[in-house]
Design a protein. Structure first.
Length: 298
C-alpha cells in the first residue's frame, strides 16, 4: 500500500518526496523505518495514527495461548503405552495409519481406542468400509468403564457417528459429507476410516484407484488443516519372503505411502502380547516400539 497524503496531515507532498528519496514508498516501509531516521530526513514526527491504523493489532497473550492449544491439541487414546509411543497421543491436524496383517489385532486396538474416547465424552466419526461395527459389542466394551451402568453406556454410544461405506466412490462421497458437516459447525476432533484396503483390493484398475486415492488424500488434508481434525486410518500390511529378501507392502501403492504423516505397525506376537512399532513419524524421538498385553485391548 503506497503512502498517500490523505493518510495523515503531516504527510505533505514535500515530505512524501523526501521519503521517496530514502526508498520509503509504502506504508510498510514507513512503519519499519527508525523514528529518529524519519525525523532526521524529513520534517515528520512519528504519526501514531498511521501506525495504529496500519499496524497489526495487539493480541491478548492468554487468548493466543488458548488458540495455540486448540491447534496443537493432543488427544489421549486411553492406552498409556500407546500414548507414550505417540509422544502423548493423537496430535490434532495429523493423519495416522494403523497397519497390520489379517488377525493382527488392528481392529480390536481401534475399537478399544474408540471406547476410551467415547467414555471421555469425545465425539468420533467412524467410516466403516467393512460394515461390521456392532453397537452391541461397543456397549459391552463400555460397561466395565461405566460400572456396568447400562443406561450410561447406551448414552455414550450417541457420541459415535457412523457412515457405512459400500464402495470406493461411496467413501469419497462420505468424506465430502463429513467435510460439509464440519464446515457447518459440527464439533468432532477425530475421524476414523476403518480398512481403506477393503475398497480397493477387488479392483485391478490401478489408474482409477490412484485417482480416487489422490482425491481422498486431498480432502483428508483439507479437513486436517482447516478444522484441525485427527484422521485415523486402518490398512492392510502384507509380508513377502522369497528366501532372498523380506519385504512389507502397504495396501494402496507407493503414492499412498506418502499420505499419512504417522504410520504404525501392529503385530500379534503371542496369544497375550501385541507389538506396536513406528514405521513412519515426522518427529520421532524416544520410543519407537512398545508391547502391550492383550487384556488392554479386550
Amino acid at each position: 500500500m503506497l503512502l498517500k497524503s490523505s493518510y495523515h496531515q503531516l504527510l505533505t507532498e514535500d515530505n512524501l518526496i523526501l521519503l521517496r528519496r530514502k526508498q520509503i514508498f509504502r506504508v510498510l516501509d514507513f512503519l519499519n523505518a527508525d523514528n529518529k531516521f524519519l525525523e532526521r530526513c524529513t520534517t515528520l514526527t512519528y504519526p501514531k495514527h498511521l501506525a495504529k491504523t496500519h499496524s497489526a493489532p495487539p493480541v491478548n497473550g492468554l487468548n493466543y495461548f488458548k488458540k495455540l492449544l486448540k491447534y496443537s491439541s493432543i488427544l489421549s487414546t486411553g492406552i498409556q503405552l500407546f500414548d507414550d509411543l505417540l509422544q502423548g497421543g493423537f496430535m490434532g491436524g495429523t493423519i495416522y495409519e494403523m497397519c497390520g496383517a489379517v488377525e493382527s489385532g488392528n481392529y480390536q486396538l481401534l475399537l478399544t481406542i474408540i471406547r476410551n474416547l467415547l467414555y471421555k465424552g469425545e465425539k468420533v466419526y467412524f467410516l466403516d468400509t467393512k460394515r461390521d461395527f456392532s453397537a452391541v459389542h461397543m456397549k459391552e466394551k463400555l460397561l466395565p468403564l461405566t460400572g456396568n451402568n447400562w443406561t450410561q453406556s447406551v448414552l455414550l454410544l450417541e457420541n459415535i457417528l457412523i457412515k457405512r461405506i459400500s464402495c470406493k466412490y461411496d467413501l469419497v462421497r462420505a468424506i465430502f459429507e463429513v467435510k460439509q458437516e464440519l464446515r457447518e459447525g459440527l464439533s468432532v476432533k477425530i475421524a476414523i476410516i476403518h480398512s481403506v484396503s477393503t475398497l480397493f483390493l477387488s479392483s485391478n484398475n490401478a489408474s482409477e484407484n490412484n485417482n480416487i486415492l489422490n482425491h481422498l488424500a486431498n480432502v483428508l488434508r483439507y479437513m486436517m488443516i482447516q478444522y484441525n481434525v485427527i484422521i485415523v486410518l486402518t490398512n492392510l500390511l502384507t509380508s513377502w519372503n522369497d528366501n532372498v529378501e523380506f519385504t512389507e507392502n502397504i495396501s494402496g501403492g507407493k503414492y499412498w505411502q506418502t499420505v499419512p504423516q504417522v504410520r504404525l505397525k501392529i503385530e500379534k506376537i503371542s496369544s497375550e502380547h501385541y507389538d506396536i512399532s513406528l514405521m513412519k513419524h515426522n518427529n520421532s524421538i524416544g520410543l519407537d516400539r512398545v508391547t502391550i498385553h492383550s487384556s488392554v485391548i479386550q
